[in-house]
Design a protein around this ligand. Structure first.
Ligand SMILES: Cc1ncc(COP(=O)(O)O)c(C=O)c1O
Length: 201
């Protein structure tokens, strides 16, 4: 092979995982192994991390998630890309967690539930300034209202991709009026409590 080559030492990956883990009070780490682990090999990285105790991975597409399922990854897998209504069956079949990043995504899930009587698990994605994907605060209010009306939908969490470290505090300040109804998400919290569940301490 011509050109630069990166050699990934899995023992060092694990040592880095340990370093991060020791700084976040043993909270859950979601290892992002999208796009073939940014070209570093999603499969060997995920296998090594899972066997070491990591139980949450993120990929970009459902196909990437299925690739991990096919080699036996049992952990939660979050899919970053926009929901494709044609892939909701796959999400259920392979137990992939989708992300709701637009109000129309909720409509698609409601329609899917009406036809199939099931909802794939999903997290709400909030845009805190990265501006690529996610609900702004107005859309968030709208989506939360819809989820209150549709408790059959399987909302398992809420997340954001911070554009920079301090956006966490901006979100906390900006989101005071957005309340997630207790019971709607697995853990009861308000968006203004986001800091409490964040690993960015
Ligand atoms: C570390 C990490 N987190 C989250 C995401 C999700 O990105 P986006 O902000 O486009 O949803 C990505 C890129 O896909 C990423 O590399």
């Amino acid at each position: 092979m011509r050109g630069p080559k990166a050699t990934i030492h899995l023992d060092r990956l694990i040592a880095n995982y340990d370093q991060v883990k020791s700084r976040i009070n043993d909270k859950t780490i979601m290892a992002v192994v999208k796009a073939d682990g940014y070209g570093h090999g999603s499969i060997p990285c995920a296998v090594a991390l899972e066997s070491y105790g990591c139980n949450f991975f993120a990929v970009f597409t459902p196909e990437e998630g299925i690739e991990l399922r096919d080699i036996g990854i049992k952990s939660d897998i979050l899919v970053f890309c926009r929901i494709d209504v044609n892939q909701l069956d796959l999400a259920i079949q392979f137990n992939l967690t989708l992300n709701v990043a637009d109000p129309s995504d909720v409509d698609a899930l409601i329609a899917y539930y009406k036809t199939n009587g099931q909802s794939p698990q999903f997290h709400l994605k909030i845009d805190t300034g990265m501006t690529r994907l996610g609900l702004d605060m107005n859309a968030m209010n709208h989506v939360v209202q819809k989820l209150v009306e549709h408790p059959e939908l399987n909302c398992g969490g809420i997340y954001s991709h911070y554009p920079y470290r301090t956006s966490l505090f901006e979100l906390t300040a900006a989101a005071g009026d957005v309340i997630l109804v207790p019971g709607l998400v697995r853990t009861t919290f308000t968006v203004s409590n986001f800091k409490k569940i964040s690993k960015d301490k």
